[in-house]
Design a protein around this ligand. Structure first.
Ligand code: ADP
Ligand code: G6P
Length: 494
């Protein structure tokens, strides 16, 4: 029924299929059995809200909870219409999903791509890793591809498939086998793509499977030129039959040319600018203000994620308090942290280390009126936006990051001409670096000095930098980010 509806509507327009591990909505079941939909706060979801007006969008994602699974089973239709988007949830076998998400995607691929391994000790690739690759990662990727192929088999519209991120590297190859050339396949990778050396950790069998699958795509989107270039180099280095024929941004393989192109992601400017006016955000803003008083606010907003380098920012803050006692009781550091991937040991441990370091700083420097660091653990996007309006200094110092949207959200909504401290290894550096204070992520001394410089910066300079940053973000936006990708795919369809 729904497929017929998709067929009938907008006949000449392409069917756009987004595939991602985490979907745009989560579902909660009420006592009367009905479901309420919670819309994810990600920019991609909002961008697609507007695209749905112009295109037919089918989103294929994994059910992440029992309630998601119950929602998926609650209707005979495999595809359901939710808030303007056609949604189909796949329901992987829980054991396969565990291997895919908690053994391969998050520890292994994420750690390689952010170069987080302590390589004398880990990782160890053993029989379990191989089993997790075959029975988890490959199996779930195949299930995604089969679901996509099944969803588009009856449509006579042009089809463009956009698999998102490192969870789905094998989808392009499977889909090409299943559907041949009748679809455009255009993955977008939200995270950094390191140079060839980093990939030596992944065994050849896994690496080849992943790279050849990606070369089944028509075009691959990256956050920055650097990532796109690194991808081309990685293919050239490891695959004897992949060539770049003098090009820095494409690979020739099996008679086809696959482009590697940068599409830097951005935030939903309109949505954020209206969000700051909402009563809940106003209330949370006054709570942050009450806690900070007239002290300067040094803020960070992150998932509890080793690549975000939260720990070194605390150590740099401690060094600031040791070396520049004039800031005592005049600054307040606030870290808003969302727990993430707690099944992975390194993440659990990282949270413990953060809490211990914050505790030590408070034990050493606090007095009756001043608690130098506050760490708030929990997910509250409204509170994050409220705090971003109020920072004097925003710390964004990742070891590696695809983009780091917090930097863009921050400079857009901030009301205090706050200073952005930005790592040269965040994707955002390439667009925002000129007007930020740059921090080398491993260098605690320079980070401390940058905090000090930001706290002492003249109002004029703060204003000039903040205005320039705001303008840069206003001119981008997540709709344009997606629109560019659709236009490139459409061009190839003509
Ligand atoms: P990543 O995608 O690696 O988590 P980004 O900075 O690109 O990092 O995006 C994170 C998103 O999650 C942003 O929209 C940010 O506002 C939101 N977010 C991060 N930390 C928190 C938090 N502590 N509370 C609420 N939202 C958060
Ligand atoms: C990063 C990744 C996304 C992922 C998100 C949250 O932004 O690029 O693909 O969805 O982190 O991680 P999670 O494991 O909770 O989905």
């Amino acid at each position: 029924m729904i497929m017929k509806e998709i067929k009938r509507e907008k006949r000449q327009k392409p069917l756009i299929v987004i595939a991602s591990n985490r979907g745009p909505f989560s579902f909660q079941q009420e006592e009367n059995g009905s479901f309420t939909v919670r819309r994810g706060s990600g920019g991609l979801v909002t961008a697609l809200g507007s695209l749905a007006e112009r295109y037919q969008v089918l989103w294929v994602a994994a059910a992440m909870s029992d309630e998601d699974r119950r929602w998926a089973q609650s209707n005979e239709e495999k595809i359901q219409h939710v808030e303007g988007i056609y949604l189909r949830l796949i329901q992987p076998d829980p054991d396969a999903y565990e291997l895919y998400y908690n053994q391969i995607a998050n520890p292994l691929l994420w750690f390689i791509q952010h170069q987080l391994w302590d390589i004398p000790r880990s990782p160890t690739i053993n029989a379990e890793t191989w089993q997790a690759w075959r029975d988890g990662y490959a199996a779930v990727n195949r299930q995604f591809a089969e679901t996509i192929a099944d969803s588009v088999k009856h449509t006579d519209h042009p089809v463009i498939v956009f698999p998102q991120d490192y969870h789905l590297y094998l989808v392009s190859g499977y889909l090409r086998q299943m559907l041949g050339d009748r679809v455009q396949i255009q993955p977008f990778l939200h995270i950094p793509w390191p140079g060839p050396d980093a990939w030596r950790i992944l065994p050849k069998g896994m690496r080849d499977a992943m790279l050849y699958s990606l070369l089944g795509s028509d075009r691959i989107g990256f956050q920055t030129q650097r990532d796109a270039f690194n991808f081309v180099q990685t293919c050239r280095f490891y695959l004897p039959d992949a060539h770049s024929l003098g090009s820095r941004n494409s690979i020739n393989y099996a008679g086809r040319k696959i482009e590697a192109k940068a599409y830097p992601i951005s935030v939903d400017v309109e949505q954020l600018e209206s969000l700051v006016e909402e009563p809940e955000v106003r209330l949370l803003r006054s709570q942050v203000l009450n806690n900070t008083g007239d002290r300067k606010l040094i803020l960070r907003v992150d998932r509890v994620e080793p690549s975000k380098n939260i720990l070194r920012s605390l150590v740099a803050y401690r060094a600031l308090l040791e070396n520049h006692p004039e800031h005592h009781d005049r600054v307040q550091m606030l870290a808003l942290l969302v727990p993430s991937r707690m099944e992975v040991y390194e993440y659990q441990n990282y949270l413990r280390e953060i809490m211990a370091e914050a505790g030590m700083i408070n034990a050493e420097f606090s007095d009756e009126l001043w608690e130098p660091v506050r760490v708030v653990v929990g997910e509250n996007y409204h509170r994050a936006v409220a705090a971003l309006q109020l920072y004097d200094v925003l710390m964004v110092n990742p070891l590696a990051d695809g983009m780091n949207l917090v930097a863009k959200e921050g400079v857009l909504v901030n009301q205090r001409d706050g200073v952005l401290l930005l790592s040269e290894d965040a994707g955002a550096f390439y667009e925002l670096g000129e007007h930020a204070l740059i921090v080398p992520p491993f260098d605690i001394y320079s980070t401390m000095e940058a905090i000090h410089e930001a706290l002492n910066m003249s109002e004029d300079e703060r204003h000039r930098r903040a205005e320039a940053l705001r303008e840069l973000v206003r001119r981008s936006g997540v709709r344009r980010w997606f629109q560019h990708q659709v236009e490139d795919a459409m061009q190839a369809l003509r």
